[in-house]
Structures are given as C-alpha cells and as structure tokens.
Design a protein around this ligand. Structure first.
Ligand code: ATP
Ligand code: MG
Length: 229
C-alpha cells in the first residue's frame, strides 16, 4: 500500500461546498515541497480551516485533486494517514490526565520520545515548572492552561508521532505574545524536518515561512514570502 515517504503536498483545482450550495473553496492550486514551511492567512470565513479539513480527509471535495507525494490521498490507508499527518487544532483538546499522557495520547512512547517532542515544541521547560513535571494532571481538574499553552502541548502531541506533515490551525482566541513567539520559534526549527502548513491569525507567527498563501473568499489571491506581500 502507498507510503508517505516525503510529505510533499499538491492541491489541484480544488473546489468545495459543505452543503453543495455555497462554494467555500474555488479552484485552489498549491504545490508544497516536502519539508517546506507554508503559512496560510486570510479573513475569517475565507476557507483556511476548510482547506486543512480537506487535506485531512475530514470531508471529500466535489472537484479537484489532493495528493501527497504524488499519491491521491483517498487511496492512502487510514493507518498510514494517521501516522504521517499531525494536526494542531484551533482549540486543542486536553485529556484530564498528566502532561505525559496528553502528549502520548494512548500511543506507546518512550520517556525519551515524549521529552524530545516536548522540547521540539518548546514546552518542556513549562512542563518541568509544573508541580509534578510530566506527571502533573492537565485539563479538567488539573493545571489550568491557556489556549496558547494547550497549543504547545498539542504541537508536542503531534510531533511525538514523528509525522511527515504537520498542520497547525493557530488559535483565534487570545494568545499571549510570549507563547506566540514560542510557536514561531518551534515552527522555524522544524523547517526541513517536517512539511508545515500553518494557518496564522498573526503574520508574525509565519513571518519566516517559505511561502505565505493568502486566501480570500475561498480563492488564493496572493502567494509569496513575507517581505514580498
Ligand atoms: P476563521 O479564521 O474564522 O477560522 P476560516 O478561514 O478557517 O475562518 P472556514 O472555517 O474554512 O474559514 O470557513 C469557510 C466558510 O465555510 C465559512 O463561510 C463558514 O461559515 C463555512 N463553514 C465552515 N465550516 C462549516 C461546516 N462544518 N458546515 C457548513 N459550513 C461551514
Ligand atoms: Mg478557521
């Protein structure tokens, strides 16, 4: 069965409507090389999360092609898909469990793997400052985390699976600038190791992206480096 070896993404003439009536994406074309860091920006409702949802197979597009490493994504097995794609959602969900368990998420992972993922997400120091370190309960009844901190945990959770592709949907709700900067640093360091598609609400988060894609009403209206836009 088809394997995702590199993590290159190709979107060809993609159009989509949730209800078959109002078209939300119109003929989107995108070619993201393996290991590249792409940012996606655009007004609320412009279709950013929808584009990620289609790449993640949450919905099926009415028109167009979606490929990873030249393979039609619909032909990739669920196991392979889950193993190679990581998602950091807009509002990450934390289990009422320890930091360790929140990163492992039921997977059998070594202590080293969990710590390495937390370090890559720049959340290790934060976890070590909690009362019981990696054993500190998070989520319900545990340490109260800000949305930004939850996103950092979610980045560690995604990276712990060593995916080839990382999708990040930056939290819309208030993220303090310190946490936002940590996300920015983490993403920059991951460049070349994992393909990154990061939806951003602040341009600063993706200032260093290889390419920034601007969506407007479901169309790509601009694409380039930060200094060119
Ligand atoms: P934001 O910056 O607010 O997160 P976005 O760019 O991610 O916005 P989408 O969530 O992709 O925008 O929404 C694009 C359009 O699709 C909007 O008009 C939205 O109302 C609509 N939409 C989003 N999700 C659904 C859904 N599950 N069912 C029907 N319509 C939806
Ligand atoms: Mg969104």
């Amino acid at each position: 069965t088809a394997r995702i070896a590199q993590g290159a993404i190709r979107v060809h003439e993609l159009s989509f409507a949730y209800d078959g009536a109002k078209t939300v994406l119109h003929g989107v074309n995108l070619a993201i090389p393996a290991g590249a860091f792409y940012g996606v920006v655009g007004h609320t409702g412009s279709g950013k999360s929808t584009l990620l949802s289609l790449l993640l197979r949450f919905y099926e597009a009415q028109q167009g092609q979606l490929q990873i490493d030249g393979i039609d994504i619909s032909t990739i097995s669920d196991a392979e898909f889950r193993a190679q794609l990581g998602l950091v959602p807009q509002e990450p969900f934390l289990l009422a469990a320890s930091a360790r368990e929140n990163i492992a998420m039921g997977r059998t992972l070594s202590e080293e793997a969990i710590i390495a993922a937390a370090k890559a997400a720049h959340v290790h120091d934060f976890i070590m400052q909690l009362e019981h370190g990696y054993l500190t309960p998070l989520g319900e009844g545990g340490a109260k985390l800000s949305t930004g901190q939850k996103q950092l945990i979610a980045i560690a959770r995604a990276l712990a699976g060593q995916p080839k592709i990382l999708f990040l949907d930056e939290a819309t709700s208030h993220i303090d600038s310190e946490t936002e900067q940590i996300v920015q640093i983490a993403l920059n360091e991951l460049r070349g190791k994992v393909t990154i598609v990061a939806i951003a609400h602040r341009l600063s988060t993706i200032r260093e992206a290889d390419q920034i894609v601007v969506l407007n009403h479901g169309r790509i209206v601009e694409q380039g480096r930060h200094q060119d836009l």
